[in-house]
Design a protein around this ligand. Structure first.
Ligand code: SF4
Length: 317
């Protein structure tokens, strides 16, 4: 396992590849991996977004943009890892690379539209030229375009789908492709021989936590071949709570008391533990009943996980 100073030292040697979870969050159960954010900020404006607190400068539809010279800097990082001159970097030659966690790799914003820019496509091709394994995570269906450059044996395709209700999705994730399009894209990935996973994250009390809704969503995910569910409950910080109140004023007021305000964990207010545990156990039961793997993300319930939390066990090589 990398500790905080290992992560800092390694990330300082690289330009755009970073060690995942630089803060070493106490509830993160991820094994070591690298992360690659191709764009700065995000244009999907999900009300619950965690990244707006530290990515605020580029957060929003009209602010997201590609990282400067991202492809050239990525090439340099990979050359440094592959040339073996630095033993510590050389040990990363077959690392897992998460694309992306602090932004979406497939923005569709006016000034940053991956459909035209194809920067993510080139970046994925660059990473695939090495021996790295890719954990792709997105809210877009645009990844279908890039299946031809990804190796199914070394890649897992992940999609975040919080609800199968298009109307609700438009309110919580206004600029994302509809859940139906995301489900169809997952079916394409499965059909092309890729292992797929879904993040049902966040689960929001009173919006998408009802057992019948979760069961219907997980049935649909099973039907398109998803093998692993990662779930997490809504965690609040000032920026996401403000948006929550703006978009769901009555509900935000109603669930406010369900949050433990006595302390923050890694900057977030968490729902009270019994509520979170019951929710995670519910999703776990539904996933296991469909023969899927299950893990909870930063909930402090690692014992509920049926496999490694980020889906890396789905990678075949
Ligand atoms: S897609 Fe992810 S990074 Fe982008 S706004 Fe939504 S939650 Fe935030």
């Amino acid at each position: 396992m990398w500790n905080k100073s290992d992560k800092r030292r390694l990330s300082n040697k690289l330009a755009v590849l970073n060690c995942f979870d630089p803060w070493s969050s106490p509830r993160c159960t991820c094994e070591p991996k690298l992360s690659l954010d191709i764009y700065s900020g995000c244009g999907y404006e999900c009300f619950y977004c965690y990244t707006s607190s530290y990515n605020w400068k580029y957060w929003g539809r009209h602010r997201v943009r590609p990282k400067q010279h991202i492809l050239r800097r990525l090439e340099r990082d990979i050359r440094q890892i592959q040339d073996g001159a630095d033993a510590e970097l050389a040990s990363l030659a077959d690392a897992f690379v998460a694309v992306s966690n602090s932004s979406d790799p497939y923005p569709n914003a006016p000034q940053a539209n991956e459909a035209d820019l194809r920067i993510t496509r080139h970046a994925l091709a660059t990473v695939m030229r090495g021996s790295f394994r890719i954990l792709l995570l997105t809210k877009s269906d645009m990844f279908v375009r890039d299946l031809d450059i990804l190796d199914p044996a070394r890649s897992v395709i992940g999609s975040t789908i919080t609800t199968d209700c298009d109307k609700l999705a438009r309110k919580i994730e206004p600029y994302c492709p509809s859940p139906q399009r995301r489900l169809a894209a997952l079916a394409r990935a499965t059909g092309a021989g890729f292992a797929t996973l879904c993040r049902i994250d966040p689960i929001i009390p009173g919006l998408n936590d009802a057992e019948k809704d979760l069961a219907r969503l997980i049935d649909k995910l099973a039907a398109v071949g998803v093998k692993h569910i990662i779930a997490s409950t809504l965690k609040l910080q000032p920026s996401s709570e403000k948006r929550f109140r703006e978009r769901f004023s009555e509900l935000a007021a109603a669930v406010a008391a369900s949050y433990d305000r006595s302390r923050r964990v890694s900057g977030y207010y968490y729902l009270r533990e019994p509520i979170r545990r019951q929710c995670m156990e519910r999703v776990r039961a539904l996933a296991v009943a469909q023969g899927m793997g299950f893990s909870s993300c930063r909930e402090g319930f690692a014992e509920l996980n049926t496999t490694l939390c980020d889906g890396r066990r789905l990678v075949r090589r």
